[in-house]
Design a protein around this ligand. Structure first.
Ligand code: COA
Length: 378
């Protein structure tokens, strides 16, 4: 224990009042990265300098994950899903029927860590192994809760195709796999968001990569971080048809509700991930039913939001088009946050590698606002 000891100096430090404090660390620069760059003003997102739209058009999730881990662009890089160790499968089988997907994924990752020796610093091989394990675990959980047996990975399939195969028992058509792969690419990395920061804090203590990703999943479980696409589905089903969109939108805004899939803390322009996903969804052979409705609702929402907030640009964010893509590939809405976590494995693990490569224990200071040093009551 080094946090407090008898004889500490008075708790309130003399320089505390003069030091800047930003609730939620907003605006605080807490690290350096060469992985992803979010340019909110211009609506740009790059991974290692490459534009997200180009990565979606010409890459695949395994190639993008490899780019984040190594810095090398190898468009044909492959990464099949990995088998589940028997001890982890036993844990998944033992979970209560009421277990939520994010809890199952967090537990499976943690259990996977007990089956391996994962020394610090983390390695690209560790990142790869974990990223290829987790889709198998989520697919097995989804099948077990439906009373079905898990399916072994097919090493001839790439990660996202393999995940869908292990989920459904049949090989997805190319368009479906491509659409989910695009979702995985746009979800792979997004700067110092809360879960990524968690992964870096844990890594900075020289704890292992599994602890870092288990913590990150726990952070993403919070509805302020990982919950919006299923809420977009709820709102689109309430709208029902394009003719009702305008009345529904105006009524929701009059009640002070937020329209899911619009606005962003960082982007002031159209979210480039939304644009990339819309293009992919439009190219799907079996166009998701939700897509046409989403496109028509989007037009109305953008017009009404611009009218209500002429000085604050409120544009479409990634979650809006994530919803039709995820519905279109046939995922149950309660699997959306855990699927987002699978996609973010590439970014989380890349940040763990980057943190370890130039490590400094992350340990900020805090303003003490309690009572001054005093004697215990006698
Ligand atoms: N629907 C309706 N109004 C919205 C809105 C939305 N989605 N997003 C922001 N606004 C309005 C706010 O009501 C506020 O209006 P006011 O000034 O009259 O009070 C104004 O725009 C500024 O909002 P603010 O809370 O400062 O924006 P923020 O940058 O802090 O919020 C979000 C960012 C993402 C939390 C917010 O846009 C939101 O709640 N969006 C919906 C949820 C969502 O899609 N989340 C996924 C993000 S990837």
């Amino acid at each position: 224990m080094t946090d407090s000891s008898p004889g500490d100096k008075p708790a309130v430090k003399a320089d505390q009042a003069s030091r800047p404090y930003s609730p939620g660390l907003e605006g605080v620069i807490a690290g350096e990265t060469s992985l992803g760059y979010v340019d909110g003003e211009r609506g740009r997102l790059t991974y290692r300098g490459y534009r997200i739209g180009d990565l979606v058009a010409h890459g695949s999730y395994p190639a993008v994950a490899n780019l984040l881990w190594t810095g090398d662009w190898e468009p044909n890089h492959r990464l099949p899903t990995a088998p589940i160790p028997p001890a982890v499968l036993a844990v998944l089988r033992a979970l209560p029927a009421t277990t939520k997907p994010m809890d199952a994924l967090r537990t499976a990752v943690s259990a996977w860590g007990t089956t391996l020796d994962l020394p610090w610093p983390p390695t690209v091989d560790q990142a790869r192994a974990l990223t290829s394990f987790s889709p198998s675990a989520l697919a097995a959980f989804a099948r077990l809760r439906a009373g079905q047996e898990p399916i072994e990975p097919d090493p001839s399939l790439d990660l996202v195709e393999g995940f869908l195969y292990q989920l459904t028992g049949s090989r997805p058509d190319a368009g479906t796999a491509r659409a989910l792969d695009a979702y995985f690419i746009v979800g792979a990395e997004h700067g110092f968001n809360a879960s990524t920061f968690t992964a870096r804090v844990i890594t900075s203590t020289r704890s292992d990569i599994v602890s870092a990703i288990t913590g990150a999943i726990g952070t993403m479980k919070g509805p302020l971080h990982g919950g919006a696409p299923s809420e977009v589905v709820d709102q689109l089903s309430q709208v029902g048809s394009a003719d009702h969109a305008e009345a529904w939108v105006r009524e929701a805004l009059a009640k002070g509700e937020r329209l899911m899939g619009f606005g962003h803390r960082v982007y002031r322009a159209y979210d480039p991930r939304a644009a990339a996903l819309r293009t992919v969804a439009e190219g799907m052979a079996h166009k998701p039913d939700w897509l046409q409705l989403a496109i028509e609702v989007e037009d109305v929402v953008l017009r009404v939001l611009a009218e209500k907030h002429p000085d604050r640009p409120l544009k479409t964010n990634v979650e809006f088009y994530a919803a039709p893509v995820l519905m279109g590939v046939g995922l149950a809405p309660d699997l959306f946050p855990a699927t987002f976590s699978l996609a973010r494995h590439a970014g989380w693990t890349a940040h763990a590698l980057e943190q370890a490569a130039n490590n400094r224990l992350i340990r900020p200071d805090v303003n003490y606002v309690g009572p001054p040093e005093r004697d215990l009551p006698s």
